[in-house]
Design a protein. Sequence first.
Length: 268
Amino acid sequence: MTSLIRAGLVVLGCGFAVFLAACSGPAGAPAAASVEDVRSVEILYQYSGWGRADEVHRLQRGPGQRSFTRTSKVEAGDGVETTHATVPEQRVGELLWALSAPPWPRERAVQVVARRVRPLAVLEHLGGNMEGDAPGCTSDEIVNRMYRQMEGAALRSGVDAHYQSGMWTDDDPVMRVVISFRRGPDRVITSRSQKLLMLPWTLGDFPESEEAQAPLSWSAPVSDAVRRLLPLDSQAAQRLGRDPSEMLAHSVEWAALAECGAEVEGAR
């Protein structure tokens, strides 16, 4: 373990134990389970819409092993493709630590995701000449307004709007993560979210009915930790790793166009 990681763990107050032994989490949080007690982690991902996906990734620890063997079964055009890889024990420990923290509110996730937006990447994704999209506004004026939309409170407001917007059609992702322990019950988290990082997570299995309430967490570290357990080229990992700069590009552009267009109209 690098000195940087060790220092980070000491600051968190659990030291090395957060990955290799049980320790107390923050106030109000459940105790972090011991990674040595983890028997397996199973990640199911299914998707239907513009295409489909059916993936099962199972991380299994063998006797005496300090790492996990990941077996990935991914639906392919002519059957099921199976691959194997070794995943460091630390990666599973990161997920346990993230789940030991108190559930995140949406506002905290908004702040984290906003910090991941890269203005240059937003502009690169849009490309092209935007003149004509808002009569009376030049491309430079629109770009300048887009930069303002990607600053401070304006950007956080845009990210929050992304998470509060309605569902869209032809996009039905499902993810279910099951952590099995040698001692104690399984830990399950699930998500059907279309939004960035598949937030929020349901802490448990999917409710049996739409009316049933289930505890939620908007924890970005949970999403990041699950993604690091997956093959980089899997659709599950790509779903969790969607670039917020790309996902929010058009909403930033539309906000800038609307602002500029309203100002031009008001000046007439």
